[in-house]
Design a protein around this ligand. Sequence first.
Ligand code: SAM
Length: 239
Amino acid sequence: MIQKLKIFLKDLKKNQIAIRNGQQQIWASQKLQTLFKNEVFIPQTSWSLEPETILHILNIISIKKPKNIIEFGGGVTTLYIAKLLKLQNYKTNFISVESDVDWMLTLKNQLCDNDLISFVSQIHAPIETIDSKYSYKNQQTWYSTAAIEEGIKDISHFDLVIVDGPFGGSTPYARFSAMPFLTDYTSIKTTWLLDDTNREYEKEIIREWTEFSKLSCRIFKRYSVLEKNSEFDLSSLKI
Ligand SMILES: C[S@@+](CC[C@H](N)C(=O)[O-])C[C@H]1O[C@@H](n2cnc3c(N)ncnc32)[C@H](O)[C@@H]1O
């Protein structure tokens, strides 16, 4: 009897967490929708960052006003960030690195349709074999470093790095190289956001990055943020 009651209470708690998570995502979606007029449809797929994560990124941008932002893996994030930069008139350089040329062109069309293309510099960086100085364990590939170097040659420091690519299944530890590759372009002042840290490879990546960077790590349901200890809490509202 007691055992049955324990199982019931455990299930109840799980359901309550799931409901609260759903409410938070709905709240975040509604908040994001205010950026675009209702007649614009922003595609949101299972590959997209969750609304709560996007809102956290937009909070970081509007409070910290980063001068230079780089994202790995374009999509709805690119549209929302560009829209915020436009609306708020921020003088921010925003670079979006994408490996898939068709996806990049689709995104470019959406940026053009919404009059946002001038707020993003897209870099096409195909997936290639990665130099061992940037790889981790049995990781084989990452974005073309030559293509990225060319695209960021005028930038000396990134204040915000968003890592949601390459596609996690492309190689083990597919996203690891962002931090070693950007070492000379980042500092203790940089905020890092890595998505999918509920997955085993990304969990290990964030552990390694935390140790390497000496920044503080906050782990959320599906993503993690690395930043200086003293920063404000910019995660989106908990209901
Ligand atoms: C996790 S996705 C990046 C999603 C992006 N940050 C967003 O929030 O929309 C990583 C890569 O998968 C590819 N991708 C994006 N959406 C996809 C989809 N719906 N189906 C298949 N591949 C997709 C793109 O090449 C992208 O760079």
